[in-house]
Design a protein around this ligand. Structure first.
Ligand code: 6R9
Length: 630
């Protein structure tokens, strides 16, 4: 970035019903944050103390820059807290998981007791195959309860899971298996998506041919009649469960033993194997699931991510289960058989806490208000967002149409690398559309210049985290140099790679990835600012902007625009949009070109890949595109 830059901070303030703050378990942000600042280690010790440990820790943290150890010498198994603790107590018959298949009426429900038993069985099955502490297991499955059973079974025996999203192809899977040196792959014969079958087992077959570390492939057979297995390599999921012991004690893990590797979605470069450990990750995801979502005992919680992403790891599996919540999962996509399906799921199951991504919100906006209007959404209490900036326009729609102007919108900024929420507007606190919110209690964040000095409110800069936190990644698998880079590029701070701006109240707005920044005549423009202006136009459903070379200004803005249903592309509309950006942000941000498109290149987790648009525009190689949704 060449210099700091000014950003307009105008935003309206949306005040939620005071009852949210009155009933919040964490209380007002200011008090909770002060409690953290006065005694950071004591703050984290308090929440860690709400969980069960096999042996207590000696020290809350050791920080030897840039390496942190949390809950030093503490011994635990995360599944004791996600399962045994509930299954042995009052939650034993509480529903842990509700699964809804793609078809209406195809449902399964598992209580905590049942989930506990299944996890122990599968843990025993893995052990029977010679999988033990420290071995890597690759999980490549559709969104079915067995996917979660497999994840927790690895944790039970101290095996390190590497979940690969079931939408990835054979090459991407092969790269991830090889990098992690996985011993076993757990998969299914098929996944269902828009009524078509995704042949997962066939893809695995291709992916493991050049992966010498693989010894066995465990296959969950969903279709009838069962597909044939190749006995030299493949075994049946249910058969190996049946042959396993029904009780498996949890492996006693050190707080700093690895729990999993997860390859990042990679909007800007090749995927990295992010390594998370047992103790700090457990405390961080438990604390945020319970206190940032402010989960209550009777909540029905639905996070629409897939466990193949960090959002699924932290906020479908580990966090909510550690907090003893009822978690809904479904194999449905948002627009099949029609764009009303998710709202019917909310009505049918009485979902109270809903967590989704801006890409989904913008897609629903495109289809109009009539779809959500057909369902009763009165059960909803809190609606959350993660993954990309929630543009003010998308915030307003989400709050008004889905939240019925009643539910707080819980925007949460965090990363695969952070493991847990970092910035958010706590439930009950005033919301500012366009702003994520403040650092959550327990987290220290700043917006700084290139040297690491905080910039004043209204000035854009780099978003950094200034203190270690429990769920932080510990390294990049087999590439510690890349880990160190996060902490050594801007002073000694953790550089998130996002641009941001803070207002007078300390609310932070994320402006986009720093690699995507556009510099027009020496002025820095975050992609989110221009895209939000475009999305605010009534005809626009979604927009992406990139910088293209300009002989005079250095770079100019090029906009790619998806129109809402009912609008047609025209030269007049292009002019309108350019004018609209001029009036909202200023002449500097005016696109020099607007292109109407039907779709945008996105990662499989739904983030716009501007790098790909840019490469196409310039006619150059886009680099690693294994995460691109095709
Ligand atoms: C959890 C997750 C991380 C990147 C992050 C940022 C973007 C995530 C956001 C957000 C604006 C939010 N991001 N949440 N931007 N507002 N609430 O998405 O992890 O896949 O690793 O992506 O996503 O750019 O740096 P991951």
């Amino acid at each position: 970035m060449t210099a700091e830059f000014e950003v307009s901070l105008e935003s309206r303030v949306v005040r939620p019903d005071p009852v949210y703050l009155e009933t919040s378990a964490l209380g007002p942000w200011k008090q909770a944050y002060r409690r953290y600042l006065e005694d950071p280690d004591g703050f984290w010790a308090q929440y860690a103390g709400e969980l069960e440990w096999v042996e207590p820790w000696d020290r809350v943290k050791d920080w030897e820059y840039p390496y942190a150890r949390w809950f030093v010498n503490g011994k635990l198994n995360i599944t004791i807290n996600c399962l045994d603790r509930h299954a042995a107590g009052e939650r034993r018959n509480k529903v842990a998981l509700i699964w809804r298949g793609e078809e209406e009426g195809v449902e399964r429900v598992l209580t905590y007791r049942q989930l506990h038993r299944q996890v122990m069985r599968f843990a025993g099955a893995l052990r029977n195959l010679g999988v033990g502490r420290g071995d890597v297991v690759c999980i490549y499955m559709p969104l079915v309860p067995e996917q979660i059973v497999a994840i927790l079974a690895c944790a039970r025996i101290g095996a390190v899971h590497s979940v690969v999203y079931g939408g990835f192809g054979a090459d991407a899977l092969n790269t991830r298996i090889r990098d992690a040196g996985a011993k076993v792959v757990v998969t299914a014969d098929v996944g269902y998506r828009r009524a078509t079958r995704i042949p997962l087992k066939t893809i695995v077959g291709e992916a493991v041919r050049n992966a010498p570390s693989i010894e066995k492939v465990i296959v969950l057979r969903r279709t009838v009649p069962h597909v044939a297995l190749h006995p030299e390599m493949e075994i049946d999921f249910q058969e190996c469960m049946a042959a396993a012991p029904s009780h498996v004690d949890p492996e006693v893990m050190d707080a700093e033993d690895p729990l999993f590797i997860l390859y990042t979605s990679g909007t800007t470069g090749p995927p990295k194997g992010i390594v998370h450990t047992c103790g700090g990750y457990m405390v961080g995801t438990y604390y945020t699931a319970k206190y940032i979502f402010d989960l209550k005992e009777n909540d029905v919680y639905w996070c629409t991510a897939d466990p193949g992403w960090i959002t699924g790891h932290s906020y479908i599996v580990y966090g909510p289960l550690a907090a003893g919540a009822t978690v809904l999962i479904t194999e449905t996509v948002p627009d099949y058989p029609d764009p009303g399906i998710w709202w019917r799921v909310i009505e049918d199951f009485g979902v109270t806490v809903f967590y989704t991504a801006p890409t989904a919100v913008r897609m629903f906006m495109k289809y109009g208000d009539e779809w959500p209007a057909r369902s009763v959404l009165d059960s909803l209490r809190v609606i959350g967002s993660v993954g990309e900036p929630l543009n003010p326009e998308a915030f307003e729609w989400y709050h008004r149409v889905i939240g019925q102007s009643r539910c707080p919108v819980l925007d949460t900024w965090w990363q695969t690398e952070t493991g847990m929420h970092m910035l958010a507007t706590l439930v009950g606190e005033p919301m500012k559309p366009g702003f994520v919110g403040r650092p959550i209690p327990g987290v220290s964040a700043e917006v700084v210049d290139r040297e690491g000095n905080p910039v004043p409110p209204g000035t854009g800069g780099f978003l950094v985290l200034t203190e270690p936190w429990p769920a932080m990644m510990r390294t990049v698998y087999k590439n510690d140099e890349r880990y160190r880079k996060y902490w050594t590029t801007v002073d000694t701070l953790y550089l998130a790679g996002d641009l941001a701006v803070k207002d007078e109240d300390g609310y932070i707005m994320v402006l986009g990835r720093a690699d995507d920044i556009i510099i027009v005549a020496g002025h820095n423009l975050g992609t989110a600012e221009v895209e939000s202006a475009l999305v605010a136009h009534e005809a626009v459903a979604e927009a992406a902007v990139i910088g293209v070379p300009d002989p005079v200004k250095g770079q100019a803005v090029k906009a790619f625009v998806i129109l809402k249903v009912g609008y047609a592309p025209s030269e007049k509309l292009k002019t309108d949009l350019i004018y609209h950006v001029r009036m909202s942000i200023g002449p500097i941000a005016m696109p020099s070109a607007v292109e109407f498109v039907l779709s945008l290149p996105k990662t499989r987790s739904g983030k716009i890949m501007r790098r790909v648009l840019k490469a196409q525009e310039m006619g150059v190689d886009p680099g690693d595109i294994s995460t691109l949704e095709v």
